[in-house]
Design a protein around this ligand. Sequence first.
Ligand SMILES: Cc1cc2nc3c(=O)[nH]c(=O)nc-3n(C[C@H](O)[C@H](O)[C@H](O)COP(=O)(O)O)c2cc1C
Length: 200
Amino acid sequence: MKTILQLNNSVFSDEGQSSQLADQFVARVRGEDPEARVIRRDLAEHPVPHLNQATFFAGLTAADERTAEQAQAAAHADTLVAELQSADTVVIGVPVYNFLIPSTLKAWFDHVARAGTTFRYTENGPEGLLEGKRAHIFVTSGGQYAGTDIDFAAPYVKYMLGFLGITDVTVTRAEGLAMGEETSLAALESARERVDGLAA
Ligand SMILES: Cc1cc2nc3c(=O)[nH]c(=O)nc-3n(C[C@H](O)[C@H](O)[C@H](O)COP(=O)(O)O)c2cc1C
């Protein structure tokens, strides 16, 4: 059974443009494969806490060597890591906020990027430990950034996923959503059409 991990990040929850594109994609996949299991998180409505020292060190300690305190500190991050490990496809809605990814998504990355579990350092540099997964990211922005020097959000998410071993990443953008109705409608229409053709 295919497992999809969907992470929405819009402050507008289900109404957000990035959430709607991610939802459209997941609905399409489920239409084709009704058995698919979807783990859906709205990280804007239910943010994960910022990483702190106790959680960081507990995450680096093997589960069977943790103290009760460490087990408690690592529990939430363990769940996030397990969800990611169980997913065949990772779907992320990425609204551009202040030129970057939402801090909610950064907080999630801080929990799931766990040395020795999802990546490791080698003599040749870091190596992602997640294998056989693909990702779809849906990036929405008021301005247009693709191919410019201020295109920070999409390349960062792609890089982070690749750092964890997920190198098959498809980016769908709807840009210029604050650049007038014509530009906005055309961008959304084109993104929606693209979603219909994306491989699950
Ligand atoms: C808090 C906030 C910050 C934003 N910052 C930017 C920005 O830096 N650059 C940009 O192009 N658009 C910015 N926008 C516009 C959003 O990227 C745009 O509305 C996008 O559609 C949001 O996706 P969403 O509807 O899924 O939340 C911002 C919107 C909000 C609410």
